[in-house]
Write a protein that binds this ligand. Structure first.
Ligand SMILES: NC(=O)c1ccc[n+]([C@@H]2O[C@H](COP(=O)([O-])OP(=O)(O)OC[C@H]3O[C@@H](n4cnc5c(N)ncnc54)[C@H](O)[C@@H]3O)[C@@H](O)[C@H]2O)c1
Length: 360
């Protein structure tokens, strides 16, 4: 039995529900800076222990693994503390906000043989299952270009939040690239199968309504010579969208940008040189964010992706193998975003992406 604690109970509540659905897991403790919220959730979800502070979670020897779903700027420190305390870690995006913290997380997880996973659940999206398999098999040929977009009107996220909420607090604002950006870049990088070596980016100059960036566009060069374009916007007046396209010398893939709800069906488009008679992209109707093989009761805030992520995380612990988005994988996505943000913050220009060392 895996014993889990959830730290941070906003998105953390979806993680709590996901782990409670797994027969080999027990959520034994919760922790939130808002004690009343933690008490309420513990009662509602029948969790035995409410710890008042992360230190108490980490010194609780009955806990094997922690989910870190605290604000972005705390992820690095919280993951490092948890790994130092010998806990397996599932940490929300982003892995951390600094390259040094990413480096420490790699070193600690490898030195202590602990499972670390960054929680980009989009890698488990049903709408990407087929294209991921085609790309792994090389069916699109060598990949030379790809696009990833996270377009989310920030009104949807912060309108019902207090004015001092961390996402819009001028001291700790969520940024485009390191906020929603990991969904765009990590998923695209995984599809393309590349490592990025150079980044350059621009913020649009239109001011954001919040103390954060409005829209940021990054170009990334991969070790293979392929190029990617990442767009992250909180200010775009359009419905939510997670868009990906991947172009290889033998074929192309494009998502629809009109996607509907996580539980809806959506359209992907394909083209392949073996189908030379096709004058139009070939549409395929696929489930958006839900796995039709799982019961509807497993759908949480993001379809069935949280449950599948939880399953994969504990399977990695049980098998003592690297998690899907292990510390190196996570750093291969987050360090480029940190470099792209540096480029955009300085008004553009190429930033070389360091390859992190491992000091086990
Ligand atoms: N993967 C996804 O799709 C997804 C979706 C939503 C949020 N997130 C991520 O989850 C994280 C949390 O976002 P959210 O929307 O849930 O925010 P939130 O503000 O709703 O929840 C964060 C919680 O953390 C608590 N907290 C703050 N500091 C703490 C500390 N030191 N110790 C314990 N608890 C603390 C807060 O009281 C709050 O309840 C963010 O990093 C966000 O990017 C990811």
């Amino acid at each position: 039995m895996h014993t889990i604690a959830i730290i941070g109970l906003g998105q953390g509540l979806s993680h709590l529900q996901a782990f409670q659905m797994l027969p080999d897991c027990r959520v034994v403790a919760v922790c939130d800076a808002d004690q009343a919220l933690a008490q309420r959730i513990a009662i509602q979800y029948n969790v035995a222990t409410v710890h008042p502070h992360i230190d108490a979670v980490l010194s609780d020897r009955s806990i094997d693994a922690v989910v870190i779903a605290t604000p972005d700027h705390l992820h690095g420190a919280h993951a490092i503390m948890a790994l130092q305390a010998g806990k397996h870690v599932l940490c929300e995006i982003p892995m951390a906000l600094t390259i040094d913290e990413c480096q420490q997380i790699i070193t600690l997880s490898e030195r202590h043989g602990l499972t670390y996973q960054m929680g980009n659940q989009v890698r488990y999206a049903a709408c990407l299952t087929d294209i991921a398999a085609l790309l792994r098999a090389g069916d699109l040929g060598p990949i030379f270009y790809g696009e990833g977009e996270y377009l989310h009107d920030y009104h949807d996220i912060v309108d019902d939040r207090p004015a001092d909420h961390w996402r819009i607090d001028p001291v700790t604002p969520q940024t485009t690239l390191l906020g929603g950006g990991p969904h765009a870049l990590d998923t695209l990088r995984w599809l393309m199968g590349v490592r990025y070596v150079e980044a350059q980016a621009y913020h649009v100059s239109i001011p954001s309504e919040w103390h954060t960036t409005h829209t940021t566009v990054a170009l990334l060069k991969a070790d293979s010579g392929a190029v990617s374009k990442i767009t992250v916007s909180y200010g775009m007046q359009r419905p939510y969208c997670l868009y990906y396209s991947v172009y290889g010398s033998a074929g192309s893939f494009e998502r629809s940008r009109d996607q509907g709800s996580p539980m809806a069906e959506t359209t992907n488009y394909y083209s392949h040189r073996k189908l030379s008679g096709a004058r139009r992209l070939i549409p395929a109707t696929v489930p958006n964010w839900y796995n039709p093989r799982l019961p509807r009761s497993m759908m949480l805030g993001h379809g069935t992706m949280e449950v599948e992520q939880a399953q994969r995380f504990v399977a990695a612990i049980a098998a003592n193998r690297l998690a899907d988005i292990n510390a190196r994988e996570a750093a291969d996505s987050i360090v480029p975003l940190i470099c792209a943000l540096q480029s955009a913050d300085q008004g553009g220009g190429v930033v070389h992406i360091p390859e992190l060392e491992v000091h086990s």
